[in-house]
Design a protein. Structure first.
Ligand code: S3P
Length: 745
């Protein structure tokens, strides 16, 4: 729109069929302040009268043609099988007006439109709001019915874009989230998630009612019965129509359900306790996962959840704590456990959003996984070729590691997959894995600029390659090694500097030989993985926030137990020691192929240093916290050779520089690094203030600990993603002596 143009007025909307669904649309539009008139057509004049009295429509009646003439957008909200007759009446009078519907099945509705109009009109945008109620009639209209609910549109390639935009805008006005998908996919998805549960509820209540004609037993029905059967009170005509219209997809879903029910019946009959537990455990976890999605508390919707941290200034940190399990090792434990032959028992698994997404992804690919229960997970491996095609895209949340490692292992599968993630991940570079995988023979689609989502075509024969990585990335290395398991011949990956080697260690632990020759990691395709127990150490990247907290705060004395000190991860220890930190490794030992120690740190004055370039990949995730250490060190700390920081969950160089600037810390930013000018003394090192974490967990935690040396409180915005790597951070921070509150909006 050019400046000076007036925005197009809201078109008058005609709702054909003023029931609960159509009435709720009218009510939602009214309460959104919609500018156009809202009209309704319904053979039942009583419904129109109620709609007028409720104030949800402006006018209405029975004369469809006359009402169409007054409208710019027609929404057909009658039961699916009644659509055809309405379309026939609309065909001669619709003209250029935009048409949409709210039917729960889309193939049948499109066929009806095709028959009535002679073709699918280009101004017809089939739609389906995924919201409802067991109540019917306009009297049950609810203006909030569509708020935070999904509406699926199924336009064809030749549907007019302005028509799609108009319908999309209409639903967004009602507070809905609008998605698009092909017609058949819509019908299959809905058959499983909506139609099948309705069918089961109807059937169960009817079966029980027949057995007890006086309906005596319903008196004794408890919450479980009520929860399971609420939807059996839904409109019978509407559901008869839906089951008729979506017959084939529903029968497919019912076949799968009957197979599952048969298995469970046999388990009950035979007293097969393992089989029962396996089913209940998988279902219970899947249900909890859905619950978090439905409650908008999962990583999937976390971007919308606003969490602010408020940290009081001052204090010191003391005590003995254990931070959660290592994120990198947790991801890999599930991946390799799933691909192994046999059962893998994992201890210390990180129950953070990122690694839980990986776990769920394997459940979606048919792997039975029990837990996590207090960090314990049991994975029933299916072997390298035992994964099944997931029903939908694999969602990996905020995790670059998951997306890149998955890209490698999925490139070797027989089936196609799609990998998606949250808004932050969608901006991150994936060509770094897609390009070398293509050299191996993989077929991978990316979005523009090599960004997610990734479409991975299965069934492609892979061959081993020699790859010199242009950047020091453990994720790229691991991706190629995982693809190499499926490749013919040898896969050789050379790294320009040492990066974390958890993949190589764990593969060796699972009996799959990875050779290491200097900077070159090599494996031969076509082998097998054998399950082995995994003890995940505490994550040194999470421990770092507390190491720095103690290092900068007089009076601090803290022990972090059981921290992973793999030589490819200890950059932070080397750097802090070089800055003068009083840091000792106590009780060193090895668990499950990974070195572990207790880290004992006491306050000692720090000095600024030039960070050795060879330490950069070894401390890559620790820099946000290390910049806070630098702000509390005497003199300037200089970092170079760290351009990778710009493509993490945020541009970590800029995000930290901006936040430090708010606190009054002097920094100079370079393409590949930063100078931080520190200040020391007995008093505070900088001011308080409000900083933005940009949704990056490590930026959020770095500024939390910065408050220990500020002269006023620090408020940090957008902290929900701390749960991706460090569940329980707030409680643990308070336990050791910080004063941190979490405010959720
Ligand atoms: C990781 C590797 C690192 C690191 C990330 C986890 C891994 O990324 O930043 O948090 O688990 O392999 P790059 O290897 O891409 O630098």
């Amino acid at each position: 729109m050019r400046e000076g143009d007036t925005p197009p007025a809201d078109p008058s909307v005609l709702i054909v069929g003023l029931g609960m669904i159509g009435g709720s649309l009218a009510a939602a539009l009214k309460s959104s302040g919609y500018g156009g008139r809202i009209l309704a057509c319904d053979p039942n004049q009583e419904e129109i009268a109620i709609g007028l009295e409720m104030g949800v429509i402006d006018d209405g009646g029975r004369d469809l043609a006359a009402l169409v003439a007054q409208s710019g957008l027609v929404v057909v909200a009658v039961p699916v099988l009644a659509m055809r007759r309405v379309f026939e009446q609309l065909a001669p009078v619709l003209g250029e007006r935009v048409l949409t519907d709210v039917g729960s099945t889309k193939r049948r509705v499109c066929e009806a439109a095709r028959e009535a109009f002679g073709r699918l009109p280009a101004n017809f945008v089939p739609g389906h709001p995924i919201a409802g109620s067991e109540k019917s009639g306009v009297a049950a209209a609810n203006p909030a019915l569509y708020r935070h609910h999904k509406v699926i549109l199924t336009p064809e390639a030749d549907t007019t874009p302005t028509a799609v935009a108009m319908v999309r805008g209409l639903w967004q006005r009602c507070g809905a989230e609008v998605l698009e998908m092909p017609v058949d996919r819509h019908d299959q998805v809905l058959a499983r998630t909506s139609h099948l549960p309705h069918l089961l509820a109807f059937s169960l209540v009817d079966t029980l009612a027949r057995q007890d004609e006086r309906l005596e037993i319903f008196r004794y029905a408890a919450g479980g019965f009520r929860d399971f059967t609420r939807i059996a009170g839904s409109d019978p005509v509407m559901w008869r129509d839906i089951f008729t219209a979506n017959r084939d997809a529903l029968l497919d879903a019912l076949d799968d359900f009957e197979t599952g029910l048969g298995r469970l019946r046999a388990a009950v009959e035979q007293g097969d306790s393992d089989a029962m537990l396996g089913t209940f455990d998988r279902a219970s976890h899947a249900r909890h996962y859905f619950e978090t999605l439905l409650n908008q508390t999962s990583y999937q919707t976390m971007e919308a959840r606003q969490v602010q941290y408020r940290v009081s200034p001052g204090g010191s940190v003391n005590g003995r704590i254990r931070v959660p399990g290592d994120k990198s090792i947790s991801h890999r434990s599930i991946m390799l456990g799933a691909l192994a032959n046999g059962v893998t028992e994992v201890k210390g698994f990180l129950e953070g959003e990122d690694s839980l997404a990986t776990l769920q992804a394997f459940r979606d690919m048919g792997v039975a996984i029990e837990g996590p229960h207090q960090g314990r997970v049991t994975i029933h491996g299916v072997g390298l070729h035992g994964l099944k095609k997931p029903a939908g895209p694999i969602y990996v949340g905020n995790s670059g590691t998951a997306m890149r490692l998955f890209a490698g292992l999925l490139a070797g599968q027989a089936f196609d997959t799609e990998l998606t993630g949250d808004a932050s991940l969608t901006k991150r570079p994936m060509a770094r894995v897609a390009d070398p995988l293509r050299l191996m023979g993989a077929r991978i689609d990316t979005a523009e600029g090599g960004r997610p989502p990734l479409g991975i075509h299965g069934g492609q024969p892979l061959k081993g390659i020699h790859y010199d990585m242009p950047m020091a990335s453990a994720q790229v290395k691991s991706c190629l090694l995982l693809a190499g398991l499926y490749a013919e011949g040898e896969t050789r990956v050379r790294e320009p500097a040492p990066t974390r080697d958890h993949t190589e260690r764990m593969l060796n632990g699972f009996g799959y030989k990875v050779d290491r020759d200097g900077d070159l990691a090599t494996l031969q395709g076509g082998g097998e993985l054998t399950s082995a127990p995994i003890d995940v150490p505490s994550d040194i990247s999470s421990a770092t926030f507390f190491l720095v907290a103690a290092a900068i705060t007089p009076g601090s004395d803290l022990v972090l137990e059981h921290v992973g000190v793999n030589p490819t991860r200890i950059g932070v220890i080397n750097i802090l020691k070089a800055m003068g930190a009083d840091l000792r490794l106590e009780n060193p030992r090895e668990v499950g192929g990974e070195p572990v120690a207790d880290l004992h740190i006491r306050y000692a004055p720090l000095k600024g240093i030039d960070i050795p370039v060879d330490q950069v990949p070894l401390a890559i995730d620790e820099f946000p916290a290390l910049f806070v250490a630098a702000a509390n060190a005497e003199g300037t700390t200089r970092l170079r050779g760290a351009e990778e920081l710009r493509v993490k969950e945020s541009d970590r160089i800029q995000a930290m520089a901006d936040g430090l600037d708010v606190l009054g810390v002097e920094t100079t930013v370079y393409d590949d690094g930063i100078d931080v000018v520190g200040k020391v003394g007995d008093g505070p090192s900088y001011h308080g203030g409000q900083v933005d974490s940009l949704g990056d967990h490590r930026i959020a935690m770095a500024f939390t600990i910065a408050a220990l040396r500020a002269d006023g409180p620090i408020a940090i915005d957008d902290c929900a993603n701390v749960a991706t790597s460090f569940p329980g951070f707030v409680a643990l921070a308070n336990k050791v002596g910080l004063e941190l509150t979490e405010i959720s909006a």
